[in-house]
Design a protein around this ligand. Structure first.
Ligand code: APR
Ligand code: PHB
Length: 392
């Protein structure tokens, strides 16, 4: 069975869903092909710190109502080191900008509901999705569903299928350059239905390693501790996690921490990855399909929205005015912002984590940089403007 649509979007994660809604509202017909079920996609545990730019993208996609109703607006973040905690006043340092804590799962749910409500077409459990002929003028995508082979002829294929997706893998090796940094540690994360230890996020630097106190709501907390990359989950019963987390925080947080049974526990490796360029004829990449940031700067989800900011503008110009100029500029514009976020996430990771070669001298240097950071308006302004999100 074959038919023609204007665009095929591979992947129903945040990148694919935001793009699909913006194209739909621009009257451009796009079909999403997702290999997993809707419940599986919604079942993924991911972060949830939204830059203002991301919130504006969701408003443009007309699905920010619940975000505004339930999201937690944070005007600051906290850095804990040397037994003390220091607040970075994001709002004052950035003329009123802030971040919003709202889980990626909730963002994905809102986008899926908006798409269903607006009559957008998504094919879940689409197997063997394969892009074809995107280096020519007649690209198409094939997939299997319900025991039948399907073909979608289109003008543009948007690869929003994450790091392990088919889109980037379909690009000839000679046409793509990749840059990668794999960190020698991971994050052990726990989700628990306990009141968060603080009403803002705490990033902790400690000789025993990094720790992070975040939340999903006023009654659900998300905590992380840095662990060696080969660590085993079974070696971390809840009580050991809580003891280790508290031992890395300032005394006030350690004493006021409310603990409880974990409802989710997992270890995630840390890497930085960028693929260049983002356009290959009629195939474009966006989101995790093109880049992965270390989670320390909370940029992963926001970079997916950032790419879509540039890509949807380019596709509207392409389909509405037949102009290829914006599409030709997409890769450069999106990657310029990707690398700045990559640098910030790498810098936050280097500052806050314990590396095998950190040693006593390295620890002192980290603490000196943190002491400078919290005592210098210039330095904390740089942190704040990167954290709330650089302009598109
Ligand atoms: N065919 C169809 N769908 C696929 C394929 C394939 N071959 N491979 C992957 N997918 C789907 C995945 O099942 C997933 O639902 O593509 C989707 C990609 O979604 P994400 O991985 O969430 O990527 P993205 O939309 O770019 O969002 C980036 O996700 O991982 C977080 O930190 C990251 O927050 C960032 C956000
Ligand atoms: C999270 O809430 O999961 C979270 C918050 C901040 C980060 C990373 C993850 O930098």
């Amino acid at each position: 069975m074959s038919r023609r649509v204007q665009a095929v979007i591979i992947g129903s994660g945040p990148a694919g869903l935001i793009l699909s809604q913006l194209l739909l509202h621009a009257g451009i017909e796009a079909v999403i092909l997702e290999r997993r079920s809707q419940d599986h996609v919604l079942g993924r545990i991911r972060a949830g710190v939204l830059e203002q730019g991301m919130v504006e993208m969701l408003e443009r996609a007309q699905c920010a109502q619940r975000l505004h109703a339930e999201g937690l607006v944070h005007g600051g973040i906290n850095l804990a080191f040397g037994g003390e905690r220091h607040r970075i006043d994001l709002a004052t340092l950035t003329d009123g900008k802030h971040v919003t804590v709202y889980g990626q799962t909730e963002v994905t749910r809102d986008l899926m509901e908006a798409r269903a409500h607006d009559g957008g077409e998504s094919v879940y459990e689409a197997a063997d999705v394969t892009p074809h002929d995107f280096d020519g003028d007649h690209p198409y995508v094939t997939y299997r569903k319900g025991g039948a082979e399907h073909r979608l002829d289109c003008d543009i294929i948007a690869g929003c299928d994450g790091f392990h997706g088919i889109a980037r893998q379909s690009v000839p090796e000679a046409a793509i350059t990749t840059y990668e940094r794999i960190y020698p540690f991971g994050w052990l994360g726990v989700m628990a239905d306990v009141r968060p230890v603080n009403d803002e996020i705490i990033y902790a630097n400690h000789p025993k390693g990094f720790a992070l106190c975040s939340m999903r709501s006023k009654t659900r907390s998300r905590y992380y501790v840095q662990v060696p990359v080969e660590e085993k989950l079974e070696d971390w019963p809840d009580q050991r996690f809580w003891d280790e987390l508290r031992s890395r925080l300032d005394p006030q947080a350690a004493e006021s921490m409310i603990i409880g049974p974990s409802i989710e526990k997992s270890i995630a490796p840390l890497r930085s990855f960028v693929a260049e360029p983002l356009r290959f004829g009629r195939l474009v990449l966006a989101g995790d399909a093109a880049h992965i940031v270390a989670p320390t700067g909370a940029k992963g989800l926001n970079l997916a929205a950032s790419d879509i900011y540039y890509l949807h503008e380019a596709l509207v110009a392409y389909f509405k005015d037949g102009s290829d100029a914006a599409l030709a500029a997409y890769s450069g514009r999106a990657l310029a912002r990707v690398w700045k976020a990559m640098r910030f996430s790498w810098w936050m990771t280097a500052l806050m984590h314990r590396f095998p070669d950190t040693g006593a001298f390295g620890q002192k240097i980290q603490e000196a940089e943190l002491a400078y950071l919290v005592s210098s308006t210039a330095a904390s302004t740089s942190l704040a403007e990167n954290y709330v999100g650089l302009p598109f």
